[in-house]
Design a protein around this ligand. Structure first.
Ligand SMILES: NC(=O)c1ccc[n+]([C@@H]2O[C@H](COP(=O)([O-])OP(=O)(O)OC[C@H]3O[C@@H](n4cnc5c(N)ncnc54)[C@H](OP(=O)(O)O)[C@@H]3O)[C@@H](O)[C@H]2O)c1
Length: 476
């Protein structure tokens, strides 16, 4: 259980403070963690009054129901709240003082299921959010001195963690952990659709999320082609999948997807053997902590995670348009939320190189491409979606982010959980009817959360021009 206690004083008479605070219809006016609140029954506030709240939990908008269970006018009100992931008990005491009213607010929060193991981690965060709500209440009730609104992004001396916590983004990020997957699962129904005979091309199927996706796709009877850079690994995965799933339609092609020459030749081979493709899954990707150039002179993050995805997709789009109901699934990352695309520095040349930043920008680029392609390919009947798998325990994350891996490995998702939305986007009928969206745990999410991470139309156009310019240079 997490207990939050806060005391504030407001220069207002007890009766008005009690009436305002005990009626949760107004809560969104002072609690920044609440988006909206509706009183279910009309009439006087008292025991039995119920409220339906929509909360702001990072990128999620969970619902919560509150009910007044004790109501002692001008003295005490107790509300019990029930949500999907947690329950809360709010006890509020009011006391008249010489200059106004004192409010003693206590909240006991209990997480359910897997969330219980995160309580220690969440506690300081919830306390910060509680303090913020109390400052909001104090301000709303008329005393503005104690509440100094943040002057702007980082200007008030806050760091990224503070910012994320204050904007209730950090608890939302916990949805990237196993916790989010377990919670979301409760609302899933398994798609009954099959992939039998559907030609699926998957990049990076030899490790982590891609390997788990390859197994799940083969289990659903897809005709699967894995694009891999390592022949030995590809052969081994192919054998494992055939043995385990009994699906003989699993083959592979070799290409290093950071090299445009390889991409061109693998696309040529694919088109020579398969007139049409139903599903392209751009999963291969990596975070590089050092800035290096490929043998073609491109910065490797940009080449692997962004330009390679662009080039392969552009080369295969006609083969995809040949099939009806075809789909493109682009694997991005939650890290992209932190960055805006920098059209003038796509290859991370300016300033000191930062691997996580370069990776996040490339993954932001993939989300932008998804939206552009969704519009362009609508006529050809191709649904284009991007997704992020959450925080997943894979060889990739262990190598590129060893400290992060060590810190959170207990709450990381399994590769199977990370692959779930990829496979769902490939197989489910519902997903085939949606395009241009960004998914996590089978639900579409916002693509912009932090200020100044969005691009203008002009920047989009410039990006499109630059990417096309690079692949039409015929240098490879
Ligand atoms: N793990 C996470 O928490 C996480 C979070 C957000 C997004 N993602 C994204 O999920 C995708 C899969 O990542 P993962 O965590 O499963 O990593 P992983 O275990 O390292 O697997 C990456 C796969 O991509 C392949 N690959 C990498 N560079 C390649 C290249 N130049 N040419 C051909 N294949 C290449 C790898 O081949 P080899 O087997 O030969 O190395 C491997 O099959 C990536 O796009 C990643 O950015 C992962």
């Amino acid at each position: 259980m997490i207990r939050l206690t806060e005391t504030i004083h407001v220069d207002r008479p007890l009766a008005s403070v009690f009436d305002y605070t005990s009626d949760f219809s107004h809560i969104q006016e002072w609690d920044p963690g609440v988006v909206s609140s509706t009183k279910i029954q009309s009439g006087k506030t008292g025991v039995g009054s119920e409220y339906e709240l929509t909360l702001k939990f990072g990128f999620f908008r969970p619902k919560m129901k509150y009910r007044i269970i004790e109501y002692e006018p001008f003295s005490t009100v107790v509300l019990k709240g029930e949500g999907d992931a947690f329950s809360a008990m709010d006890t509020i005491f009011f006391r008249k003082t010489a200059t106004g009213t004192q409010i003693d607010y206590q909240v006991d929060i209990r997480f359910s299921g897997f969330g219980r193991s995160l309580e220690g981690f969440l506690s300081p965060l919830m306390k910060r959010i509680g303090r913020k709500a109390m400052l909001g209440l104090k301000q709303t009730l008329g005393e503005t001195k104690a509440f100094t609104a943040p002057k702007g992004w980082f200007k008030s001396g806050s760091n990224l963690a503070d910012y994320l916590a204050d904007h209730t983004i950090l608890p939302g990020m916990l949805m990237f952990s196993q916790f989010g997957c377990e919670l979301s699962k409760r609302f899933w129904t398994e798609p009954k659709d099959t992939l039998y005979g559907k030609k699926v091309v998957l990049t990076g199927g030899t490790s982590g999320i891609g390997k788990a996706a390859a197994f799940q796709l083969a289990e659903r009877k897809a005709f699967l082609t894995i694009i891999a850079r390592n022949r030995e690994k590809a052969e081994q995965v192919q054998q494992e999948i055939i043995q385990k799933t009994g699906n003989p339609h699993v083959d592979f092609l070799i290409a290093d997807l950071s090299l445009m020459t390889d991409i061109r030749s693998v696309a040529k081979k694919l088109k020579a053997t398969q007139k049409s493709i139903h599903i392209l899954i751009n999963n291969a990707g990596a975070l590089f902590n050092e800035r290096k150039q490929t043998s073609e002179g491109l910065e490797q993050t940009f080449a692997t995670d962004f330009l390679g995805v662009f080039y392969l997709t552009m080369l295969l789009k006609d083969a995809l348009a040949e099939s009806s109901g075809s789909r493109i699934i682009n694997v991005s990352s939650g890290g992209m939320y932190t960055q805006k695309i920098d059209v003038d520095d796509l290859q991370n040349e300016q300033g000191p190189y930062n691997g996580a930043k370069a990776y996040a920008r490339a993954k932001r680029g993939v989300v932008i491409l998804t939206q552009i392609w969704a519009e362009q390919f609508k006529k050809g009947g191709i649904a284009v979606n991007s997704m992020h798998p959450g925080w997943v325990d894979t060889p990739g994350i262990e190598t590129s982010l060893p400290k992060f891996h060590q810190l959170v490995n207990r709450i990381l998702r399994t590769p199977e959980q990370g692959a779930d939305t990829i496979v769902w986007l490939a197989v489910s009928r519902e997903a085939g009817q949606r395009t241009g969206l960004f998914w996590l745990d089978r639900r579409p999410h916002e693509t912009m959360v932090l200020p100044k991470t969005g691009e203008s139309i002009h920047e989009r156009q410039a990006l499109w021009k630059k990417l096309n310019g690079l692949i039409s240079k015929k240098l490879w």
